[in-house]
Design a protein around this ligand. Sequence first.
Ligand SMILES: C[S@@+](CC[C@H](N)C(=O)[O-])C[C@H]1O[C@@H](n2cnc3c(N)ncnc32)[C@H](O)[C@@H]1O
Length: 390
Amino acid sequence: MLDSMLFKTILKHSFDFPVKVNYADGSSKQYGGDGTPEAEITFRDNISIKELIKNPSVCLGEAYMDGIIDIQGSIQKIIASAYRSEGSFLRSAKLKKYHPHQDHSENKNKADIQSHYDIGNDFYKLWLDSTMTYSCAYFEKSSDTLEQAQMNKVHHILKKLNPQPGKTMLDIGCGWGTLMLTAAKEYNLKVTGITLSKEQYDYVNQQIKHLGLEGQAEVILEDYRELKHEPFDYITSVGMFEHVGHAELPRYFKIVNKYLKNDGIALIHGITRQQGGASNAWLDKYIFPGGYIPGLVENMTDIVEAQLQLSDLESLRRHYQKTLEIWDKNFNAHREEIVAKMGERFTRMWDLYLQACAASFEAGNIDVMQFQLTKGPSGINMPMTREYMN
Ligand SMILES: C[S@@+](CC[C@H](N)C(=O)[O-])C[C@H]1O[C@@H](n2cnc3c(N)ncnc32)[C@H](O)[C@@H]1O
C-alpha cells in the first residue's frame, strides 16, 4: 500500500494553483502555492503502489471511479495543471508513451465501436446538442450556442470542399448524420455515410426518410475497409481516424485516396498529438477500446505516402476544449438521471473522460486538425486564395 509520504513526493510538483490534498492517514497538505485552495483532493483509502507504478492512468482512473479519490472543484483544472507542471506525475515518460497491443481487425473494431456508440441514442441526446454531432464544434462567435457552433463546423468543412451541386460525397464515420445530410440538403450533393454503429445507422435512416432525401442520401452499416463503391468527388471523415490505430493509419489514408476521384477533395478532421502518437491506458480500457491518437507528423507521413497532397491545414484545439466543457456541463445537468440509469461508477467514469479530454486540449498535448487533401494534380482547379472557405 502506498503511504502518504510517497504520494506527497509525487504530488509536490504537480500543481500550479493552490490545491489541498487530504491523505488516507488523516494528514493534509497544500501544494501549488499559498492562498485559499481552489480545489481539494481526498484519498479515502490507500492506493497500491504496485498498481500505480504498473499502470498509473488505470490505477488513478479506477480509484476515482470507485470513490477512493474524491475531488472538490474542477477535475479539468487539476489535470490540466498536472500536465503543465514540470516534474508532475502526469508528465512521466511512461504515461506519454503508452502503446498497448491493439487489435484493429474488422470484428474487434465493430465490437469496440458498438461498445461506445451503441450505449443508446437517449444517453447521447442528454448531453450532445440537437444535431447529435460528436466532434469538435467551431465557435465563430464567443456567444455561439453548441448547436450553432456544430453547424458552423459542418459548413466550415463543407465549404472547404468547394462543393459543386450534383457531385458525390462520402462521409467515413458519419455518426448521427448531420454533416452528410446538410451536404445533401443545402449543397445538393449525393451523399453516402458509413458507420459501424447500429444505433447511428438506424437514426440516419430515419432522418433520411424524415427529410425526404431517399435517392440522394444513403447510409451503410459497415467497416470502411469493406466498402465497395465507385470513387467520390469529395470525402469527409470527422473524429474517425482516432479509432483506426497506428498500424492501420497508412491504410486509412490509402483508402481515402482509393475512393477519391482524380480531381477530388477530402477534408479529414481529427485529434492529433504534438509529440508522437499514443493511447491512454484508462481511455483504452473504459471509454474508447482501440483508441489511438496519432502524432501530427505521423499523419503527415501517412498522407504523403498515400499519394495525397496536403493543401490546407487548420488547428481547432481551443474549440475542442470549449466543446468538451459544454458537453460536461450538459452531462452534469443530467447527472441524477444518468446515475439512475447507468449507475454511479459509470457516471464518474464519463465525467472524468470528458474533463480529462478537455484538460488535455487545454494543456496543449493534443490538438484537433483539419487536413484538406487533394489528389494528384487536382489542386490546379482550386481557388488561389482561402476566400471560398468563408
Ligand atoms: C466520434 S464519432 C464522429 C461522428 C461524426 N463524424 C461526428 O462528427 O459527429 C466516430 C464515428 O466513426 C465511426 N467509425 C469508427 N470506426 C469505423 C470503421 N472502422 N468503419 C466505419 N465507421 C467507423 C463510428 O461508428 C462513428 O460514427
